[in-house]
Design a protein around this ligand. Structure first.
Ligand SMILES: CSC[C@H]1O[C@H](OP(=O)(O)O)[C@H](O)[C@@H]1O
Length: 345
């Protein structure tokens, strides 16, 4: 079954509501920028690259019925970017995508609003199509790091549902499975949204890749038992020094990998690298509703009124990262230098 996180039919942005997977396939029809904002904020669609593409289409949906001068059209586009960027703060791909659309409009400021609407739509389609090629290349580069018989651990979901196609860390896993014998996966369930149990397990099964699903608190023991050859995770924002924000629990894996001398890789397109920040200290970490912690699949599991922490991401210091796999190649320490070099290609 072909899994698509989203598709634009020329009028409506269709989003697969991931909150109900793998049990129900529900199509969310986004007709306005508000529909897109809600789809991102409520995690109907999630995954850094996927929310970037959704927001790019959200810019078009917010502009397509605009009437007025080019000057007020540009002002509207700037307001739309700020609005859509506010849906979720951590994944830089969101703001990167809306900036792509705004910059395209600004560089064509002499055109009419009707022409600029089409330019915005074409740029959104470009961002969508580029994601496919980028992720395929991530898989090619990353699979060079593995060999026959390897077991790859991963957290959260970085597959087709988090991107447009191939995935990021999932692309490395899939390409390794295609190239080598006896590749298998250990996937963390990834509380509280259960991206691993609900989405990655679904995608691995669809792909016919052997895997074991584990609870997040099993990760250390599984590593101590020597069952993990390497770890590949996704990323939501990578600072210019290589510090990486990713799903909460990633930092835990990195520390454990360091202790157990297991290679720890991050996989992401260049659009996930934020050269405007020096370190992970500057990355905004999203905190979500406490219900996600006190409930599981809508079922209350904690007493009423308990206090929680619900950090949706954490930051892995670059010192714990073996390499960063991108669509332009693999960056190795010192990351400040190697990341900069990737942008020169
Ligand atoms: C290739 S997806 C990158 C990243 O996004 C996920 O977060 P969320 O499910 O909250 O959107 C997770 O951190 C993935 O690694």
């Amino acid at each position: 079954m072909e899994i698509r996180s989203l598709y634009f039919d020329g009028s409506i942005l269709h989003i697969l509501d991931q909150r109900y997977l793998p049990f129900e396939v529900i199509d969310v029809q986004c007709k306005t920028e508000c529909d897109v904002w809600e789809a991102i904020n409520k995690m109907k669609i999630r995954g850094a690259p996927a929310i970037g593409v959704a927001a790019a289409y959200g810019m078009y949906l917010g502009l397509r019925n605009f009437e007025g001068s080019t000057e007020t059209f540009i002002q509207k586009a700037k307001e739309l970017k700020d609005y859509l960027d506010s849906a979720r703060p951590t994944a830089v791909n969101l703001a990167w995508a809306t900036k792509r659309i705004l910059d395209k409009i600004l560089s064509n400021g002499e055109k009419s609003p009707e022409e600029l609407k089409q330019i915005a739509l074409i740029e959104a389609k470009n961002i969508e199509n580029e994601d496919i090629e980028r992720n395929f290349k991530i898989g090619e580069f990353g699979s060079e790091l593995f060999t026959d018989g390897d077991t790859i651990m991963t957290i959260c979901n970085t597959g087709e549902l988090a991107t447009i196609k191939h995935g990021t860390a999932f692309s490395v896993i899939k390409r390794s499975f295609e190239k080598y014998k006896n590749i298998s996966v250990i996937a963390l369930e990834t509380r509280p949204y259960l991206q691993g149990a609900r989405l990655t397990a679904f995608e691995l099964k669809e792909a016919g890749i052997p895997f074991r699903l584990i609870t997040d608190n099993m990760a250390a023991f599984v590593m101590q038992k020597g069952l993990v050859s390497g770890i590949v995770t996704g990323a939501d924002r990578i600072a210019s020094n290589g510090d990486t924000a990713n799903k909460v629990g990633t930092y835990m894996l990195a520390v454990l990998a360091h202790y157990h001398k297991i290679p720890f890789y991050v996989a992401a397109p260049l659009s996930t690298i934020d050269l405007n920040i020096e370190s992970g200290k500057e990355i905004p970490i999203e905190e979500r509703n406490s219900d996600e912690v006190t409930h599981c699949m809508g079922q209350r599991i904690a007493p009423n009124g308990v206090e929680v922490y619900n950090f949706s991401f954490d930051v892995t210091p670059h010192e714990l990262i073996t390499g960063i796999i991108t669509d332009k190649g693999i960056a190795y320490p010192p990351f400040k230098k190697s990341i900069k070099k990737l942008f020169e290609f």
